[in-house]
Each structure stands twice: as structure tokens, then as C-alpha cells.
Write a protein that binds this ligand. Structure first.
Ligand SMILES: [Zn+2]
Length: 145
């Protein structure tokens, strides 16, 4: 198992334990995690804190070069908002845990030159399937439905 995907899954599980939506993300530069986060919409009543956004926030302000050289890991295919942040900051490579339960803006990212690797991780799929079955209303709210 890729230790960085494992770190993103750890974040997702932390979010679940807090009563939140189990999606986690880490941003890696030079072999080190520079930002990590998980979905905090429920915990903080936030409209924008998806896992990827939380990881960006926790990485803080970074020089353009760092974003360009960074890889973003996320347990779930990134939505339009998070894909926008990935494009804005010029992240060139993302590793996606799964896109079976939700297909994000992978086509848009690829069309803009981002390398998108989907690893079909069974833990990521199980986390989301269980969550969607348990709390469908929370999930629909998260994806704007
Ligand atoms: Zn998102």
C-alpha cells in the first residue's frame, strides 16, 4: 500500500470518527506530506471544507513551484470545487482512491494536462459505500443534490 494513500485513508477515518464524511487527502512534495486534511463540512458547518480543500488549507501558502512539483492524494474522485483548486494552484498529478461511488471532474483535469491515476482502493470504496448507505442525506448535501 502506498503510504501516502494510507495517510489519506487515515484522514478519512478520522473524519468518520468525528461524525463527518469519510474523505481524506494529503499533498506531498519532495517525498513529504506538506498538507493533510479531511472533509469537515459537518464538524465545522463549513460550505467549502472538502478533504482536498482542507489539505490545501493546512499546507498553507506555498510557492508556485511547490504546487507544480506536488502530488495530491485523495480518497475520492475530486468534485468541481476541489478540481478548481487543483487547477488554480497548478498541481500536475493526483492519485485518486476511487471513483466508483462518485465520479468527479477527472475529464476536466485530464483535459488541462493533470495526470489522474485512479487506484480503485477497496478500503476507500468500502468507506464511501457504508457512509452513503448510513447517511444518504448528508452525502447528497455534500455533492449539491
Ligand atoms: Zn470536493
Amino acid at each position: 500500500m502506498d503510504p501516502f494513500m494510507q495517510a489519506a485513508i487515515d484522514e478519512a477515518q478520522k473524519g468518520l470518527a468525528e461524525g463527518g464524511i469519510p474523505i481524506g487527502s494529503v499533498i506531498v512534495h519532495d517525498g513529504k506530506i506538506i498538507g493533510r486534511g479531511h472533509n469537515r463540512r459537518v464538524q465545522e458547518g463549513s460550505a467549502i471544507k472538502h478533504g482536498e480543500m482542507d489539505a490545501f488549507e493546512n499546507a498553507g501558502r506555498q510557492p508556485a513551484r511547490v504546487y507544480r512539483e506536488a502530488t495530491l492524494y485523495t480518497t475520492l474522485s475530486p468534485c468541481a470545487m476541489c478540481s478548481g483548486a487543483i487547477l488554480l494552484y497548478g498541481i500536475r498529478k493526483i492519485i485518486v482512491g476511487e471513483h466508483e461511488t462518485f465520479m468527479g471532474e477527472e475529464a476536466l483535469l485530464r483535459s488541462r494536462g493533470v495526470q489522474v491515476d485512479v487506484v480503485h482502493n477497496p478500503t476507500c470504496i468500502a468507506l464511501m459505500k457504508q457512509f452513503i448507505a448510513d447517511k444518504p442525506e448528508l452525502w447528497n448535501e455534500d455533492i449539491g443534490e
